[in-house]
Design a protein around this ligand. Structure first.
Ligand SMILES: [Zn+2]
Length: 95
């Protein structure tokens, strides 16, 4: 298991990440979570909105599909498909 600690994306923060902001991505053959950022509980709204802006500005290739950005509970060492999506939290932050 990796000992690297993933931290909040806010440079001055330095707290370990509690959430992962990511969007389900597929190229038609392969599916994964495309990571847009990590946040502590204090900066979740900030990082989420910044990620949404980047998601909206991105023009996918014709073969690519990117779904809506979601908030996942970040747990060290867990695989993407094991992460719990926090639908209720997203509703609070979606613009
Ligand atoms: Zn933070």
């Amino acid at each position: 298991m990796s000992s690297t600690i993933v931290r909040c994306n806010v440079p001055a923060c330095g707290e370990p990440a509690a959430y992962k902001i990511a969007a389900p991505w597929s190229d038609g053959a392969f599916t994964e979570l495309k990571t847009y950022g990590h946040a502590c509980s204090e900066h979740l709204g900030l990082v989420f909105r910044e990620a949404e802006q980047r998601r909206e500005a991105y023009v996918p290739q014709p073969s690519e599909t990117i779904e809506e950005i979601g908030i996942y509970r970040y747990e060290q060492g867990k695989r993407d498909r094991q992460l719990q999506r926090l639908w209720g939290l997203e509703e609070n932050y979606r613009s």
